[in-house]
Design a protein around this ligand. Structure first.
Ligand SMILES: [Zn+2]
Length: 501
């Protein structure tokens, strides 16, 4: 008979427990016997325990889980931490749905009275509160064939957080739709929003629902108001870059672009830029899709295609309102870029984001959108290209030997030989990911005479890039490796984010 491999003393801090195995042993039993289920291996349930020889306890667990138990010795403190961390409010959420399913097993699911009923309300509150606790940006509620899966996106990475009984599906979606002021009877795609205060943080939640083959899924984007109040210095630019960027922003007119793929933090940089402008003596107008954060002294417009308000038409109307600074959420079509260029040329400071790989690629992207090189070189005052990398969790960081390619990349950028770098082991503070928060890694192109003349001479992207490098432009790679040097992020994060397009 093959025995499951037994590890001497299991390190629970670095082990991620799947929500599915947690359901096999209730929290109360886990606490009573100081155990936590780890995984299913060779048809038996691996359980971390402080007393591997406590036969009656193991027998009880076997009865509860209806599985053969394979004990793995672990430290009692780590087990207790793991119970606190992994069961979270999850158990209580399950409890709420047990109450729902016992009261509401009607043919078409659940009645309005049941939804207004405490369990669904309490359960959704708990899910959101758990999400906020671990700094989630998005909550995904996804019905599957047998379970309702709940996933959180933390620092840009999705992970499974809960797997609930399907009886939770209808009430939770209905409750969500009520909160977001949607039509609960309508199953066509809808969007809405609500505001909520969790753990003394004010949060705007943008909700979208759509019908899938297993029923309606819900996606919640959590917008933390404290984020909007961030200043440029809080973004995580290194001092030299910050100075360069602030100098570009001082320009009274011209076009400043932030580029990168989706999720690279372009909006955050634009908002922080607006935050640092003097909006009392200057008229600042934005056109966004959608408005994510509200500012006090700024006029913000939201794209509304049904009402005929697009980036282009909005921008055209903004021009009639005597603006000093215009922020266009995103430039993605020829008409928008044409009007934006005109405004930048006629004395406004125009800030916008654009989808391009790097700063030089962005110049040529403008050309693809129909702007001539002469106009580009006349209006663009600076371009920032960025990616987000996760920060090493300061609570569990320790030196680890990095993969060879990471060591080589580090040496190339910093000229420093190094094998070991700070990585997080994973702890409760970072939801076991080893990372806590994110910072941008950036490249800044400051437009000047040399770059203008290189561009106008008909040079290709590589030639313009090499001129910019000669003039001192540092790549995202370089910025990333400097952040590795300071122990802010890992070389693995930089490699992954700059190479993964
Ligand atoms: Zn940690």
């Amino acid at each position: 008979m093959q025995e499951a491999e037994v590890i001497k003393i299991f390190n629970l801090n670095t082990h991620t427990i799947q929500p599915e195995v947690l359901q096999l042993i209730p929290e109360s039993a886990a606490r009573k016997h100081n155990v936590i289920p780890l995984a299913i291996l060779d048809n038996s349930l691996q359980v971390a325990t402080a007393e591997a020889d406590n036969v009656p306890a193991l027998q009880e667990l076997a009865v509860l889980s209806k599985m053969r138990i394979s004990p793995v010795p672990a430290d009692i403190k780590e087990i207790q931490n793991a119970i606190d961390h992994n069961y979270k409010s999850y158990h209580e959420i399950e409890n709420q749905f047990d109450i729902i399913s016992s009261v509401a097993k009607t043919e078409d699911g659940i009645s309005f009275a049941d939804i207004a009923n405490a369990p669904a309300v309490r359960a959704l509150d708990l899910i959101i509160s758990e999400a906020v606790k671990v700094r989630t940006s998005d909550i995904h509620i996804e019905p599957q064939e047998k379970r309702l899966r709940v996933r959180f996106r933390i620092d840009g990475v999705l992970s499974d957080m809960m797997s609930l009984h399907l009886s939770a599906h209808a009430p939770i979606l209905s409750r969500l739709k009520i909160m977001a002021k949607m039509n609960i009877a309508d199953r066509s795609p809808q969007d809405g929003q609500f505001s909520i205060k969790v753990r003394s943080q004010e949060i705007d939640v943008r909700v979208a629902t759509a019908d899938t083959i297993y029923g309606e899924m819900g996606s919640l984007r959590l917008l933390y108001k404290s984020f909007a109040a961030r200043s440029l210095s809080q973004l995580g630019f290194l001092p030299e870059n910050l100075k360069q960027y602030e100098n570009i922003l001082k320009s009274p007119y011209g076009m400043l672009l932030v580029c990168g793929p989706t999720g690279s933090g372009k909006t955050t940089t634009l908002y922080a830029s607006i935050n640092c402008l003097d909006s009392k003596s200057r008229k600042v107008i934005t056109i966004e899709d959608p408005v994510e954060y509200r500012f006090k002294d700024i006029c913000q417009m939201q794209v509304n295609k049904r009402a005929g308000l697009t980036f282009a038409s909005g921008l055209r109307s903004i021009m009639r309102h005597d603006p000093n600074v215009i922020m266009v959420g995103e430039i993605r079509d020829a008409e928008t870029v044409r009007i934006a260029t005109q405004s930048a040329l006629t004395g406004q400071l125009v800030l916008s984001s654009i989808h391009a790989n790097d700063t030089i690629g962005c110049l040529f992207r403008l050309q693809d959108l129909g702007i001539g090189l002469f106009l580009i070189s006349a209006v663009v005052i600076g371009i920032v290209s960025q990616r987000m990398v996760r920060c090493v969790c300061p609570h569990c960081s320790h030196l680890v030997e990095a993969p060879l390619e990471a060591q080589i990349a580090y040496r190339q950028e910093t000229g420093e030989e190094r094998t070991h770098f700070l990585y997080g082991k994973g702890c409760n503070a970072c939801a076991n990911t080893g990372y806590l928060g994110r910072v941008p890694i950036i490249e800044i192109l400051v437009m000047n005479k040399e770059i203008r003349s290189t561009l106008l001479s008909g040079a290709n992207a590589d030639e313009v890039r090499s001129t910019a490098r000669k003039l001192g432009m540092k790549s995202m790679w370089h910025d990333g490796m400097l952040k590795v040097k300071e122990g802010i992020t890992t070389p693995t994060e930089v490699l992954f984010n700059v190479l993964h397009e």
